[in-house]
Every structure is written in structure tokens, then in C-alpha cells.
Design a protein around this ligand. Structure first.
Ligand code: GDP
Ligand code: IMO
Ligand code: MG
Length: 426
């Protein structure tokens, strides 16, 4: 059975958690393929809110095996706290599997992330300070420590001692911090975390392929988003992994021919957390209204998200980069009270018009948006359950976006609740 990918098409927080949960209903395995606890995915079921960072969004269904794939970076302390929180909310996490090949986030990663941001001063990226970049950097320079290393204390300790040969002087001499204590780290991760983590550790590639071979439905869940992608995002204002659909292949261990459906999640407007270019950014009352009505504050860090109008240039690029087969449009209801809506259909810079993203980032920094205006609907959409009940202006807005993006909009969100969505495919 082929696999489906869910991917963010903007700068994150599009509502991937809610729509992964929705699509997951028909799946048997949900695999997170990249990122770490920089993600914050909120799912609301019967008024109760579940805030996920590392645990895949399929966890709320008993029939699903949630899998943390090899492409994820895992802080075991955070993962165990998240499991405790979910179990406290009555969610059974015993089915969870964590790839032995996933890399660990250790305390020095988090510390280096925070210090690097501080040293960058006004050029800081606005990372989540979760140690994501430093952990992926260690993976790339081959001094990372993997989840499976915890299973062999001698190997864990040898790798830790080796990597601390570089990190200890870096922290002590360059950054004037206390060097990490290997005994303390070993005690915390081997003695405290491992006994609880061990039952979850698995060969997830075999698990995924056994499921695919048995004809089971597999969902590959992306965190972050296309324009935070290390290769394709607005570098350096990106995360350190590959959220694009291609990242699902490496991060879960499946070849591209297994994937036959790629669902892009797009907000009906855009937000961004952290620094970086943002062509349609709003610094006015409309922006404030989007933040207020959309509750645009990070699930994870509590930071105010930067708001802006929908950007079709970015959406078209997301179609290309991910082979999107469809788009799920979220938070249409947030626009309910506006008189007029704007959609960015192209960019302009130096008298030139760009229908597609300019490759040179200096050009992107100079781009101004070319907007088309559409009428608002001034109707509360939150209770609507069928497409035909939508006011004509709301239907027209969705149809306009669909024409601009170039792929069908299959689902539309009208509220945070699990049932607040409309089937939209023709
Ligand atoms: P993710 O990181 O992509 O999973 O998104 P977040 O969970 O960080 O942010 C999306 C927020 O919007 C969450 O609080 C969701 O509960 C909420 N949400 C999702 N879909 C909708 C929708 O259609 N309408 C409204 N009003 N809220 C939504
Ligand atoms: P979800 O999965 C929004 C942003 C950070 C920062 C940049 C790099 O909830 O959509 P990092 O800590 O990853 O090194 O930070 O990426 N960022 C996110 N923005 N949603 C996310 O996740 C994000 N994860 C990272 O704000 O700009
Ligand atoms: Mg989020």
C-alpha cells in the first residue's frame, strides 16, 4: 500500500497537527520524519487540547502505531515528559516506537544553540533554542550519538567522551561556560532515561516496510515547513532538517515510489516565527486581528507569530518542491470579520514581475507583493459543516486560492476542533 505525506507549505504552524490527526483516522502507522521538539502541534478533541512536540499526531487513535523516525532528533527527557503528559490526559502511549537511528539531543546541544543565538546579536535566527541545529550539525559531522547507543553503555560513554573533547573546550574557553560533566550526562541518560525509553526503541525502517508490504496505510508526518527547509527555505532563517516531502524518504526510510499522495497544509493567511524575509508581512491592524483571532502565539515558545496575507508565489513553489497532490486549507474562519482580503499573486522587484520565487535571496529581500483583492464574507464559519453552506465570498476565496496554487484544495478548516472542517474536493 502506498504512503501519504503531510507537509507544511509555509513557515510552520499551518495546522499540520490537526490535519494529520484527521487524515490519520484512515491510517495504521504515522511516522514523524524530521525535526524535534522545536515543533508544536495542537490537536483539539471535544474541547480538550493536546500539545504534541515529538510524539506523532496519530497518537490519539488506538489503532495507530505512532513512529518517531530515524530523521528526527530526540531529547529523551522531553519525550518522556510528553509521554507522561499524554498519559495524564488518558492517551495510551505504549504503542509508540522510536527509531534506534534517530540522533539524541543532549544538554550541550541546547546550550550551544542558546549561546550561538546570543552571539549572533541582531543577526540571530530566532531559533527555538531546543538544540536542534547543533544536534543535526553533530549528525552531519559524524560525532552525533544515536538512540541505539543508549543500549550499550560502553559505546555511549566512549562516544560521549569523544564528542566532549571538542565541546568542553568550546563551551569553557570560547563561551566561558562550565564544561559539560560526562558523569552527570551518563547518569541522567543511561540510569534515568534508558529504563523508561528502552521499550519504545525499535528498528522502525523494518516496521514501516512490514506495514507497507502488508498493505497497511502509512502516513509520513512532517514538522516545520517547506520554507524552513535547510535546502529550500529562506536560508539561513531555516531549521536544520528537510521538512519537504523528499525528507520523508530519508527520515522514514522509504523510497519515493512508495509515496502516491502528498497533502500540503496551508493557512488561509501566513505566519512566521523567528527572523527572516516575509514579503506579505503585515504591521498594521489587520495583522493584529489575524494574530488575535488566530491565537497566533507559539504552542512551544509562546512567541507572537508574525502575520501576513496568503502568498501564492510561495504556494506555487511548495507545489513544485513537494509534488503536492492536494492542499488542506486551514483557519479560513480567522478571516471571518474582514471586509476585504488580499492575496499575493506575484512579486515585484526592480521593475520585474516574479510569478515564481526568485532564486537569489537578495532579490527576495527587495520584493514587494502584487495583491489581488477579494471581498470578505463577514459570517461566522465556525459552525458550518458542509461546503455548500459557505457564503459565496468564502467559496470564491477558496476557489481563487486553488486557481493560484494549481492543485485541488481538498479540505478546509473552519475551527480548531477535530470536526471543524469541510470536504472540498470537487
Ligand atoms: P502545526 O505546527 O502546523 O501543527 O500548527 P500549530 O498547532 O502550531 O498551530 C495551529 C493552531 O491553529 C492550533 O492551535 C490549532 O488548534 C489551530 N487550528 C488548526 N486548524 C484550525 C482552523 O481551521 N481554524 C482555527 N481557528 N484554528 C485552527
Ligand atoms: P511546527 O512543526 C514554526 C522556526 C524557528 C526559527 C527557525 C529555526 O510547529 O510548524 P530551530 O529551533 O528549528 O533551529 O529554529 O525555525 N521553527 C518553527 N516555526 N513552527 C515550527 O514547527 C518551527 N520549528 C522551528 O522559529 O525561526
Ligand atoms: Mg506548530
Amino acid at each position: 500500500m502506498p504512503a501519504t505525506v503531510v507537509v507544511g507549505t509555509q513557515w510552520g504552524d499551518e495546522g499540520k497537527g490537526k490535519f494529520t490527526d484527521l487524515v490519520a483516522k484512515e491510517m495504521e502507522l504515522v511516522v514523524r520524519y524530521q525535526g524535534g521538539h522545536n515543533a508544536g502541534h495542537t490537536i483539539v478533541v471535544d474541547g480538550e487540547s493536546f500539545a504534541l512536540q515529538l510524539v506523532p499526531s496519530g497518537i490519539l487513535y488506538d489503532h495507530i502505531t505512532p513512529v518517531i523516525g530515524n530523521g528526527v532528533v530526540v531529547d529523551p527527557v522531553v519525550l518522556l515528559a510528553e509521554i507522561d503528559m499524554l498519559e495524564g490526559q488518558g492517551v495510551d502511549c505504549s504503542r509508540l516506537k522510536v527509531s534506534g537511528n534517530a540522533h539524541l539531543i543532549l544538554p550541550y546541544h541546547q546550550e550551544i544553540d542558546a549561546i550561538t543565538e546570543r552571539h549572533l546579536g541582531k543577526n540571530k535566527l530566532g531559533t527555538t533554542k531546543r538544540g536542534i541545529g547543533p544536534a543535526y550539525a553533530d549528525k552531519a559531522t559524524r560525532v552525533g550519538i544515536r538512540v541505539q547507543d543508549l543500549l550499550d553503555p560502553k559505546i555511549f560513554r566512549a562516544k560521549l567522551d569523544l564528542v566532549l573533547k571538542e565541546k568542553a573546550p568550546l563551551l569553557a574557553k570560547v563561551y566561558n561556560r562550565l564544561p559539560p560533566d560526562p558523569d552527570e550526562i551518563a547518569a541522567r541518560y543511561l540510569d534515568e532515561c534508558l529504563p523508561r525509553l528502552e521499550p519504545y526503541i525499535a528498528d522502525t525502517v523494518t516496521l514501516v516496510h512490514d506495514a507497507l508490504d502488508a498493505g497497511r496505510h502509512v502516513l509520513l508526518e512532517g514538522a516545520q515547513a517547506t520554507f524552513l527547509d535547510l535546502d529550500h527555505g529562506t536560508y539561513p532563517f531555516v531549521t536544520s532538517s528537510n521538512p519537504v516531502a523528499g525528507g520523508a524518504c530519508t527520515g522514514a526510510g522509504v523510497g519515493p515510489l512508495y509515496i502516491d499522495r502528498v497533502i500540503g497544509i496551508a493557512k488561509a493567511y501566513i505566519t512566521r516565527v523567528g527572523a527572516g524575509p516575509f514579503v506579505t508581512e503585515l504591521h498594521d491592524d489587520v495583522g493584529d486581528l489575524l494574530v488575535d483571532r488566530g491565537h497566533e502565539y507559539g504552542t512551544n515558545t509562546g512567541r507572537r507569530r508574525r502575520p501576513g496575507w496568503f502568498d501564492a508565489v510561495m504556494a506555487r513553489q511548495a507545489v513544485r518542491l513537494n509534488s503536492l497532490s492536494e492542499v488542506a486549507l486551514t483557519k479560513l474562519d480567522v478571516l471571518d470579520t474582514l471586509d476585504t482580503l488580499k492575496v499575493c499573486v506575484a512579486y515585484e522587484a526592480d521593475g520585474e514581475r516574479y510569478e515564481h520565487l526568485p532564486y537569489h535571496q537578495s532579490t527576495l529581500h527587495d520584493c514587494t507583493p502584487v495583491y489581488e483583492e477579494l471581498p470578505g464574507w463577514q459570517t461566522d464559519l465556525s459552525g458550518i459543516t458542509e461546503r455548500h453552506e459557505l457564503p459565496a465570498a468564502a467559496r470564491d476565496y477558496v476557489a481563487f486560492l486553488e486557481a493560484q496554487i494549481g492543485v485541488p484544495i481538498s479540505l478546509v478548516g473552519v475551527g480548531p476542533g477535530r470536526d471543524q472542517f469541510l470536504h472540498f474536493a470537487a
